[in-house]
Design a protein around this ligand. Structure first.
Ligand code: AMO
Length: 436
């Protein structure tokens, strides 16, 4: 009975479809999730990408099975109210597709929460991700990306793909990786900032990109990665930065509705109830500073807010407005990049979006006037010639424009209330990790 060459010529049925599949017999494929040996027979849980189903196996089959081997099974459907999903398969034929070679699994896949150190989990990603609760994180992440794409396409945005190897840094500062590019030095893109603006001017008007960004930050924290996925947006013909915030707020609403529909089980696993109503207050940074000082005796760095401030201010916003989100606006010129549009009062038309105590977005209106941009680059102590390719785009009628970027891993982490950004990163790159 065991290890037949050909189990059957039937078409494979995914676990979630077994109940509604035609006929009494079905063919399923997947991994041996759990084995419960009762002597004369036993129960085996089979896991595929859609779920887990109970199989009833006889003694002969049981003795051949090991946890996590991959198998193909033809079984007869039997209703059983005690089984997962109310149905089980009585094994008729079973074929081992992928053997196992281990003494002990490095991670217990069957536990809801793998009880190992995060680093061990990351060392063995190919097996740790098999745990349904870990897999769920990336189902949610996949749906965030889909929602982002669907929402923006619905708003007439075009998807673009820009280079990650650059001749100059984008965001400035020291947080840029250098790479050898033949006989020259090149940089890894810190963001698609210049290119997304360029494409607005190139007639695309509204663009978005889902791509990697690189930051040589010397921060080994729960919220920093050295390579992350940036959900970038740029739109032309805006009135001011409020149009950009309106767009992002619209996306968050769309996203939550979308996740409620597509990730019901995953959200349940993490006991997450996404709010039905999303209305995000917009508060100037200076006001946030006053509130932090008055209410929590918390001093903030000039022109910014630190990690502790973000957490405290989120608490205040939740209590006062009932919102998990807050836009902080009116950041000072000196604290924003040279492309940020000044408001004429020493501040910029830029903002951050804080979600449950963590910055997940920076955005704003950009300078679109050629002369003003050139002057600003000089004011920032930079050489306009180094940005020739960028500022050239501003000579030919660049419309007023603005945009934002969301860190995908940060957004995923906060939606699911995870503690460390590495949990919502498939294969994290941080100061210590370059494998797997
Ligand atoms: P900023 O540098 O603030 O802005 O980055 C935007 C968002 O990207 C995410 N992020 C990170 N996530 C994980 N690890 C990191 N080291 C990291 N650095 C940034 C955060 C952050 O809010 N060009 C502008 C965006 C714009 O104005 O359109 C920019 O890159 O979620």
């Amino acid at each position: 009975m065991l290890v037949k060459e050909e189990v059957g010529s039937k078409e494979r049925v995914y676990v979630e479809d077994v109940k509604k599949a035609h006929g009494d017999e079905v063919l399923v494929r997947g991994w041996v999730h759990k084995i419960h040996d009762l002597g004369k027979f036993g129960f085996v849980h089979l896991r595929d990408k859609t779920g887990i189903i109970q199989l009833v196996a006889d003694k002969e089959i049981l003795k051949e099975l090991r946890a996590e081997m991959s198998v193909e099974v033809v079984g007869t459907k039997v209703e059983n109210s005690k089984a997962l999903g109310g149905i089980e398969l009585q094994i008729k034929d079973l074929k081992v597709l992928g053997k196992t070679y281990y003494d002990m699994l490095p991670i217990a896949v069957t536990q809801g929460k793998t009880k190992v150190h995060l680093e061990t989990e990351l060392d063995h990603r190919g097996i740790s991700l098999r745990a349904p609760k870990k897999r769920a994180i990336f189902k949610v992440q996949e749906e965030i990306v889909t929602a982002f794409r669907d929402y923006l396409r619905g708003e007439k945005f075009s998807e673009i793909h820009t280079p990650k190897i650059l001749g100059t840094g984008t965001e400035g500062g020291s947080e840029v990786f250098t790479v050898n590019y033949f006989d020259r030095r090149a940089f890894l893109a810190q963001s698609p900032q210049f290119y997304k603006q360029m494409m607005v001017g190139a007639g695309f008007e509204r663009v978005f990109e889902i791509g990697h960004a690189y930051r040589a930050e010397l921060h080994n924290t729960w919220r920093h990665l050295n390579e992350y996925v940036s959900l970038d947006v740029e739109m032309g013909f805006i009135k001011d930065e409020n149009d950009v915030m309106d767009l992002e707020e619209g996306f968050i609403r769309y996203l939550f509705d979308y996740l409620r529909k597509t990730c019901t089980n995953e959200l349940k696993m993490y006991e997450i109830e996404l709010p039905e109503k999303v209305e995000i207050p917009r508060i100037p940074l200076s006001e946030a500073h006053k509130i932090l000082l008055g209410k929590y005796s918390k001093k903030s760095p000039v022109g910014n807010i630190d990690a502790e401030g973000e957490i405290l201010f989120s608490k205040y916003v939740k209590e006062t407005y009932g919102s998990d989100f807050v836009f902080l606006t009116e950041y000072p010129v000196a604290k924003r990049p040279m492309y940020a549009m000044p408001d004429g009062k020493g501040m910029t038309r830029s903002f951050d979006l804080i979600y449950k105590g963590l910055e997940i977005t920076t955005g704003g209106q950009r300078i679109h006037d050629y002369e003003m941009l050139k002057e600003n680059i000089i004011k920032f102590g930079l050489n306009p010639e180094d940005f020739d390719f960028y500022i050239e785009n501003f000579r030919y009628g660049m419309p007023p424009h603005g945009g934002f970027a969301i860190g995908l891993e940060r957004l995923t982490m906060k939606i699911l209330n995870l503690e460390n950004i590495r949990e919502s990163t498939l294969l994290p790159r941080d100061m210590k990790r370059m494998t797997p």
